[in-house]
Design a protein around this ligand. Structure first.
Ligand SMILES: NC(=O)c1ccc[n+]([C@@H]2O[C@H](COP(=O)([O-])OP(=O)(O)OC[C@H]3O[C@@H](n4cnc5c(N)ncnc54)[C@H](OP(=O)(O)O)[C@@H]3O)[C@@H](O)[C@H]2O)c1
Length: 244
């Protein structure tokens, strides 16, 4: 697989290193120096590329997508912060008949975990003896709380377990109501990211945990998405990739 990398920061470098392990070839790297106004994305620059992988910046990603679509090439978009332009991008993908995979979290493990939590929650919908709660733990320097992934997990559980109807993200000063889903956040040390879903009954507890070790999982997920995209046209998310 021949790849043009757009963005060569923390994630771009990680994709480069995992691509080398998997035998994929990075043809060209674009950054803020050689791609001002997406000028580096030309038919000539992408001629031999199978796919472009973008981990750049929210302020430039939509122009990058427009330029890549204009060259008729497929794309994996890891850059976040452009959700408001989703309809515009969808129209571009259809007009130029390309394939595009996007995801706010490309980690294969996190996406598998979300599907497992979805299936577990649908099962637990039938068993009211079990209560459910969420906890996420991240390094002390993390800016946002709760994490976006924890909010996504919360929404999966609320959609799947009918007795849970409201997400409670602050520490409760009064007993948690039966219809509330408590999501607690812990900030400590250097933890890359840990998410836990706990089902608890009078007799026992069941716990599902995803613990990230590094950024490699994001890069691997983006490369798997690029491989999966071959021959497919349209707009996809990582959920489509893992469900095959
Ligand atoms: N979906 C996921 O799973 C996932 C995971 C992690 C991060 N992300 C997202 O991915 C994005 C990048 O994250 P990061 O940690 O790699 O950021 P970063 O380290 O700040 O790197 C950003 C890169 O974008 C480049 N860039 C800026 N303008 C550009 C342009 N016009 N054309 C091409 N490249 C340009 C920068 O180039 P210079 O080096 O020349 O400044 C830099 O190499 C962010 O939006 C982040 O939220 C997504």
């Amino acid at each position: 697989m021949n790849i043009v990398l757009i963005g060569h920061g923390r994630m771009g470098k990680e994709v480069e290193s995992v691509a080398a392990e998997r035998g994929a070839k990075i043809l060209r790297v674009l950054n803020s120096n050689n791609n001002i106004g997406s000028m580096g994305i030309t038919d000539h620059a992408l001629a031999d590329a199978d796919v472009c992988i973008d981990f750049s910046h929210p302020g430039v990603v939509v122009d990058n997508i427009k330029a890549v679509a204009g060259c008729g090439k497929d794309m994996v978009v890891g850059t976040t912060g452009w959700h408001d332009h989703l309809d515009f991008v969808k129209a571009l993908v259809e007009k130029h008949e390309i394939g595009l995979v996007h995801a706010a979290n490309f980690s294969l493990g996190v996406n598998l975990f979300m599907q497992i939590v979805h299936d577990a929650a649908r099962l637990m919908d039938k068993y009211p003896d079990y209560d459910v709660a969420l906890n996420e733990t991240h390094h002390a320097g993390k800016a946002d709380s709760p994490s976006g992934t924890a909010l996504a997990l919360g929404s999966i559980i609320l959609q799947s377990i009918r007795r849970k109807q409201q997400l409670l993200t602050h520490a409760p000063q009064i007993p948690v109501k039966a219809e509330q889903l408590h999501l607690s956040s812990t900030r400590v040390g250097q933890v890359t990211g840990k998410h836990e879903v706990l089902f608890d009954s009078e007799s026992d507890s069941l716990s599902l945990i995803h613990a990230a070790k590094n950024r490699r999982g994001f890069a691997l997920g983006a490369l798997l998405a690029a491989e999966w995209l071959r021959g497919r046209k349209g707009m996809f998310t990582m959920r489509d990739v893992i469900l095959g």
